[in-house]
Design a protein around this ligand. Sequence first.
Ligand SMILES: *[C@@H]1O[C@H](CO)[C@@H](O)[C@H](O)[C@H]1NC(C)=O
Ligand SMILES: *[C@@H]1O[C@H](CO)[C@@H](O)[C@H](O)[C@H]1NC(C)=O
Ligand SMILES: *[C@@H]1O[C@H](CO)[C@@H](O)[C@H](O)[C@H]1NC(C)=O
Length: 440
Amino acid sequence: MKYGALFVAVFCTALTGVVGLENGVARTPPMGWLSWERFRCNTDCKNDPENCISDRLFRTMTDLVVSEGYAAAGYQYINIDDCWLEKERNFRGELQPDRERFPYGLRNLADYVHAKGLKFGIYEDFGNYTCAGYPGILGYLETDANTFASWDVDYVKLDGCYSHPRDMDRGYPEFGYHLNRTGRAMVYSCSWPVYQIYAGMAPNFTSIIEHCNLWRNFDDIQDSWSSLESIIDYYGNNQDVIVPNAGPGHWNDPDMLIIGNFGLSYEQCKTQMALWAILAAPLLMSVDLRTIRPEYKAILQNKKIIAVDQDPLGFQGRRIYKHNGIEIWARPITPVQQNYFSYAVAFLNRRTDGTPSDVAVTLKELGLVYPGGYVVEDLYENVNYGLLTPSTKIKVKVNPSGVVILRADLQPSFQKYRPVFPPQSTYDPYQVFQVQRNYF
Ligand SMILES: *[C@@H]1O[C@H](CO)[C@@H](O)[C@H](O)[C@H]1NC(C)=O
Ligand SMILES: *[C@@H]1O[C@H](CO)[C@@H](O)[C@H](O)[C@H]1NC(C)=O
Ligand SMILES: *[C@@H]1O[C@H](CO)[C@@H](O)[C@H](O)[C@H]1NC(C)=O
């Protein structure tokens, strides 16, 4: 088998666990709302008070995350992105938020978010400037970590503009050290690998996993299907390097959810949600929660797909089949029994021929071989297929640029099993995938 060596590597990882950042947070991929993709660097509060990056925008979104049911579905972090800062530090050398747009300061905003039962995230940059040209943390690592702790920040995204990628192997861990020293547990989101990849360097994922809770591997998402497809392809084409790095406390971040914005169709939005769950991705919505249409809100709040994303084992899924525009992606999940895992399986149709494509495959052909069978459920259509044996053929119709996502659980009598991480098994959860011929 082509990926024999990889399977050995994955297998060892599954057995021993990667040495990750042990700050107690992000044990499952973080979920929340982040301003960037939808609201960008709009600082014009005079002419566009409703949409500018301001105290008002974040309070409004905080209220809506709670009142519209997102918090109950698991979305927890309210995260500011770039463009919150004054252009100069204060006389003590500390960062300060823009005085007009954040007149009460960020501690006050954090208190508001916390009073609603949510958590508060912030953005900075490892270099001399943020990507939009505000002060970066270079030269002020300890000061800025202390400032964030004093504001009761729960999550820090650290970008990489205006810095040297070769300095990052030292700089990102150093800032993580200062965050840790504050005594306040903060999720640490790093842009370290993506800048190094752009610079032609091979990121040291051993170190990245040790120091970051999540990290970006690839381009910023834009509001288009082509952007989403490029991300899906990147994660599929590079999965041998990427997938083994994910696990509780340390996640690959394919970037924000753009569901409910302007660029994706309904089917394409369903595809992003399903694929992000397979990828064990952070679920950070970037959408205007004041105007989102109900069908998109329903996608973002799909509890069954969120449960796949948040599966406690923390295994990232893989693309196990790709031919003629049809892809199959699968992720090992709980419940687990001895040598067998349950799976989430997504069928993706990248064709553009305007009519749904039929996909028919037996569970066994997907590698789901547990003799007792699996209870199979469609996570969008609310259809339960009941208990299926490995030789049962599943038939699905997949819409163009759309997805069908199923969950195949080991049969109910085995659900009493309490999962442990890593699974106490000599079994490689990915090795079962055996889609070896072109079915479709
Ligand atoms: C950051 O600024 C310092 C001081 O001006 C300069 O020496 C350094 O080269 C700058 N670093 C980058 C990455 O531009
Ligand atoms: C700091 O690091 C230590 C050692 O990894 C860890 O046990 C502790 O929880 C961390 N504290 C915070 C606040 O991140
Ligand atoms: C990668 O990081 C690890 C852990 O910090 C370190 O032990 C190792 O030497 C690094 N590898 C390379 C190639 O620099």
